[in-house]
Write a protein that binds this ligand. Structure first.
Ligand code: ZN
Length: 304
């Protein structure tokens, strides 16, 4: 363990990815395998295999951090809220520690995203970073001084199932959400949320990517959908700024590829931020799809 090699594992619903980072953050190795479908024991064994194989190749032991959707309940130690349903209700920390014969650190995939970007990505040098994932779902993570803020209940940064703030009459009660409520931020700001909004206005089905491309090409309905999206994102992030007042907000997930957001949203959010000026920056992630697995490795701030 003296070498300072960190292993990060991104435990997703369809793939498991492992990365090995040297003490200075260099990528020594990365590999991706399919996630055994809804088979908890097979997932544990697959991860143990990956770690064993990686350590044999590197010729040394390493720390292990794991990022996964969902969060571990402080009350029970059991995972909840994962889209890999077979992981829910399982004591995954204890089971992975038994399978890997060492202490492991586990955090939410949004926390890992925020940590990776804060450590050596778009939030480098910032003290307080809010990482917002705008993908098929909406999640968030908070890093302060290089450390993930887990929170008393293990849910810090989880803003996706708050209601869209300053909702207009037309936005109430809002789309039904899988969580059981209606009008959650996720139902507006996820990729599917943008697609639903566009469909509701036009009765045409376009993907989020097509809506963005249509707006860039001058299509008026796509442009209006993007403007509604930007205005809603500005309100949702103003809410975060009023509570957390971060130095930097880093966007991840598929919607983070829409370049216009980074100019449009900060030009709008001052209307809802309770301050005479807003110096918070809004930036695109640097590490892309690798942020989760890199952040999992950085869950051990000092390896060895
Ligand atoms: Zn919800």
């Amino acid at each position: 363990m003296g070498s300072g090699v960190r292993l990060g594992i991104d435990l997703g619903g369809t793939k498991i990815e492992i990365i090995a980072l040297a003490h200075d953050g260099r990528v020594l190795l990365r590999r991706r395998v399919a996630t055994p479908h809804e088979d908890y024991l097979a997932i544990l064994l697959r991860v143990a295999d990956l770690v064993g194989q990686t350590e044999r190749e590197l010729g040394e032991g390493a720390s292990v951090g794991i990022g996964t959707p969902g969060s571990i309940s402080r009350a029970t130690g059991l995972l909840r809220g994962s889209n890999s349903v077979c992981l829910n209700g399982k004591p995954i920390k204890a089971d992975f520690e038994a399978a890997l014969r060492r202490e492991v650190r586990i955090s939410n995939d949004a926390n890992c995203f925020a940590l990776s970007e804060a450590r050596d990505g778009a939030g480098r040098g910032a003290n307080t970073v809010f990482g917002a994932i705008l993908g098929t779902g909406v999640g968030g993570g908070i890093v302060v001084g290089g450390i993930v803020l887990d929170g008393r209940n293990g849910i810090a940064g989880e803003w996706g199932h708050n209601p869209l703030p300053w909702a207009t009459d037309g936005e109430r009660p809002g789309p039904r959400c899988f969580c059981g409520r209606a009008g959650c931020i996720e139902t507006f700001l996820s990729g599917p949320g943008l697609e639903r909004d566009y469909f509701g206005m036009t009765w045409q089905r376009l993907s989020a990517v097509e809506i963005g491309a249509g707006a860039a090409a001058g299509n008026a309905e796509c442009e209006q959908a993007m403007q509604r999206y930007e205005q809603r994102l500005a309100r949702a992030l103003a809410h975060v700024i009023n509570v957390l007042d971060p130095d930097t907000i880093v966007l991840g997930g598929g919607m983070s590829n829409v370049q216009r957001l980074y100019d449009a949203v900060p030009a709008l959010w001052a209307a809802w931020v309770f301050s005479d000026r807003v110096d918070t920056s809004l930036v695109r992630n640097v590490h892309g799809d690798s942020s989760g697995v890199r952040g999992a490795a950085w869950l051990w701030p000092v390896a060895g």
